[in-house]
Design a protein around this ligand. Structure first.
Ligand code: HXC
Length: 516
C-alpha cells in the first residue's frame, strides 16, 4: 500500500468507528430524544479537547456467531479531555453497539482510562447506558466488571469518580456507579436495579414498572443511591460539570480557587431575624446558607433524600467548602437513619479531597421510635460521629439554635476535633429540650405541687435561663465565640483563613472500621 492509501485506510477506519452500531441505531437513539455516546462526550468536554483511545478495539468472542458481530471500538467511547480547562478521563457506553453490553474488551477500555486517571491524578467520569454483561461472553464479562469494581475501590479517595446514568444500568453493573462518589440519573430515561421488573414479578408476584423500581425519582428520594435526578441529558451534563468545579483533581491537591466578587465582610442583616421566638417554629436553613456563601450560590447534593439534613458545595471567598446543615423546616431537623448516612458519606468525601466542612446546627436530637431502633439508628448515627471524628480537614461549626443531646455531640462539636465552633446567641446547647428535661427532673415535685402546670412552667423557665443558651458551652471553651447572626459570613471566612494550613493526622493503622 502506498502512504496515500494507508492514510485513506485510516480515514475509512475512523469513519467506520464513528458510526458505532450504524446510522439506523443512531437514528433510533435520536428518535427517542437521546444523545449518542459521542454526542454526550462532546456536550460534556471543552470543544476539541477529546483525545480518543482504543477506537479500533474489537471483541475476541467466538460464541454465538459473534465473529460476524464486530464493531470498531466495541460499544464504548473512551479517552481524555478537558472540562473548563481541567483534565478528565471519560467514557461513554455506546448503546448502538449490542446495547452497550459489557465485553471483556470493553472492560479493558474502561480499565485503561481508570488506570490513567489514578496514575495521573485526574478525575474519571463514566456515562453509563448498557444492557449489562454481554451475554455471549459469559465469564469474560463478569471478570471485566470485577476488574472495574476493583479499580473503583482503589481509586476511591484518590481521584473523584462521577457516574452519569443515561439509560439502563442493571444487574451487577450497578456496582461500578455505586462505588463512585456521585451518581446523576436522567428522569424517565435511565434506571438502576439489581433485578428488573420481570424477575420481581416471577419471584415476588409484584407488578412494578421500570421507572418505579429503579428510576431517577425513586433513587433520589427513597433509596438515596443517586445524588441528582436530571430533567434531561443536558441537565445531567450541566450538573456534572458544575460539580467538578468544586473538586480538586485528586487527594493531593486543594480545590481550585475562584475569583470572588462578593465582599468578605458583607453582612446579612436578615439573619438577625430568622430565628423565630417560638422555639418550635420552623425556618429554612437554606436561607442561612445562601445568605452567607459567595453570591448566594449553593450546589445542593441529594436534595430530595433525607431533607432533614442538607448537604452540598459552596464557596467562601472563592474557596470550595462542603456544607452540612440540619433542616428545621423538615421534621424539625431531627437526625435519623437516612440523614446520618447522607451526612456521613458527604463528610468522608470532603475529607478525602481536602474540602473544608462548614456545619450549621439546629437539631433537636435523634428521631425516637421502634422503626428507627429496629432499622439500626445506633449503627447509622455512629457513621456520622465516626466521619466527623476521623476527618482531618478544616472544620467550622455554627450553632444557630438547638444542639441537644447526642445530636450536639455528633454535629461537628468541638470534641470531634472541630477547629472553630461558633454559636449564635439563639443557641440552645443542652442535654435535652426544657419540656422533656423538666418532666424527668420534676415528675415527683409536680405531683406534690398544688398547681402542677404552674410548677412545671416555672421550672421550665428556670431550665431555659440556665441551660438553653450558648453561654454554658462558651464558658468552657466548647464554643469559641458567640457571634451575631448578621456577621456569620465574615466570621466563617476569617475562621477558614486561620485554619487553612491545618495539619491533623490519624494514628497509624491499615484503616478504621466504620460501622456499616
Ligand atoms: C448481548 C445484548 C445485550 C446483552 C442487549 N443486547 N442486551 N447483547 N448482551 N446483555 C443486544 C440485543 O440482542 C440487540 O441486538 C441489541 O443489543 C439491542 O437490544 P434490544 O433488546 O433490541 O434493545 P431495547 O429494546 O432498547 O432493550 C434494551 C435492553 C434489553 C432493555 C437493555 O436489550 C435487555 O433487557 N437486555 C438484556 C439485559 C440483561 O439481562 N443483561 C444481563 C444483566 S446481568 P440485535 O443484534 O438483535 O439488534 C448482568 C450481570 C453483571 O449484567 C454482573 C456484574 C458483576
Amino acid at each position: 500500500m502506498s502512504t496515500r492509501e494507508k492514510l485513506e485506510e485510516l480515514k475509512q477506519k475512523r469513519a467506520l468507528s464513528l458510526q458505532g452500531g450504524g446510522q439506523a441505531r443512531i437514528d433510533k437513539m435520536h428518535a427517542a430524544g437521546k444523545k449518542t455516546a459521542r454526542e454526550r462526550i462532546a456536550a460534556m468536554v471543552d470543544p476539541g479537547s477529546f483525545e480518543e483511545y482504543d477506537a479500533f478495539k474489537l471483541h475476541r468472542c467466538h460464541n454465538f456467531g459473534m465473529e460476524k458481530n464486530k464493531f470498531l471500538g466495541d460499544g464504548i467511547v473512551t479517552g481524555s479531555a478537558r472540562i473548563n480547562g481541567r483534565p478528565v478521563y471519560i467514557y461513554a457506553q455506546d448503546f448502538t453497539v449490542l446495547a452497550g453490553s459489557l465485553s471483556g474488551t470493553l472492560a479493558e477500555k474502561i480499565c485503561k482510562i481508570m488506570d490513567l486517571g489514578m496514575k495521573n491524578g485526574v478525575p474519571v467520569i463514566g456515562l453509563n447506558d448498557s444492557g449489562g454483561a454481554r451475554i455471549q461472553e459469559g465469564i469474560e464479562a463478569l471478570a471485566g466488571y470485577t476488574e472495574i469494581f476493583t479499580r473503583n475501590v482503589l481509586s476511591s479517595g484518590v481521584i473523584p469518580q462521577i457516574s452519569g446514568i443515561f439509560g439502563p444500568c442493571a444487574g451487577g453493573a450497578v456496582y461500578s456507579p455505586a462505588l463512585t462518589d456521585f451518581i446523576v440519573m436522567v428522569k424517565e430515561q435511565s434506571y438502576m436495579f439489581l433485578t428488573g421488573p420481570k424477575v420481581v414479578k416471577t419471584v415476588l408476584h409484584e407488578d412494578i414498572s421500570t421507572e418505579a423500581l429503579g428510576g431517577a425519582v425513586m433513587h433520589t428520594t427513597t433509596s438515596g443511591v443517586t445524588d441528582y435526578a436530571a430533567e434531561d441529558e443536558d441537565d445531567a451534563i450541566r450538573y456534572i460539570k458544575e460539580l467538578l468545579s468544586y473538586l480538586p483533581q485528586n487527594n493531593l491537591e486543594n480545590p481550585p480557587d475562584t475569583p470572588c466578587d462578593d465582599p468578605i465582610n458583607r453582612p446579612a442583616p436578615e439573619l438577625n431575624d430568622i430565628i423565630p421566638d417560638n422555639p418550635n417554629a420552623a425556618y429554612d436553613i437554606k436561607k442561612v446558607i445562601t445568605a452567607t456563601v459567595d453570591n448566594g450560590i449553593f450546589f445542593e447534593i441529594k436534595k430530595n433524600f433525607a431533607p432533614n439534613i442538607v448537604i452540598g458545595f459552596a464557596r467562601y471567598n472563592g474557596k470550595s467548602v462542603g456544607i452540612v446543615a440540619n433542616q428545621p423546616a423538615y421534621y424539625a431537623g431531627v437526625l435519623d437513619i437516612n440523614s446520618s448516612d447522607k451526612g456521613a458519606r458527604f463528610v468522608r468525601f470532603c475529607d478525602c479531597f481536602n474540602i473544608p466542612i462548614i456545619t450549621f446546627v439546629d437539631v433537636p436530637g435523634f428521631l425516637p421510635g421502634s422503626a428507627q431502633e429496629f432499622g439500626g439508628v445506633i449503627r447509622h448515627g455512629a457513621k456520622l460521629l465516626y466521619a466527623y471524628a476521623e476527618s482531618t480537614i478544616p472544620k467550622v461549626t455554627v450553632i444557630t439554635r438547638k444542639a441537644y443531646g447526642g445530636a450536639y455531640c455528633v454535629m461537628s462539636s468541638k470534641h470531634l476535633r472541630t477547629d472553630i465552633n461558633y454559636s449564635w446567641p439563639t443557641g440552645e446547647i443542652a442535654v435535652m429540650g426544657s419540656k422533656g428535661a423538666v418532666e424527668v427532673l420534676y415528675a415527683k415535685g409536680a405531683k406534690e405541687a398544688g398547681d402542677a402546670q404552674a410548677f412545671l412552667a416555672e421550672k421550665e423557665a428556670e431550665y431555659n435561663t440556665n441551660f438553653s443558651n450558648p453561654y454554658c458551652a462558651a464558658e468552657r471553651g466548647y464554643i469559641d465565640a458567640v457571634i451575631e447572626p448578621a456577621e456569620t459570613r465574615a466570621r466563617i471566612i476569617n475562621a477558614l483563613e486561620s485554619i487553612r494550613g491545618k495539619r491533623d493526622t490519624l494514628p497509624m493503622k491499615k484503616h478504621g472500621n466504620i460501622p456499616l
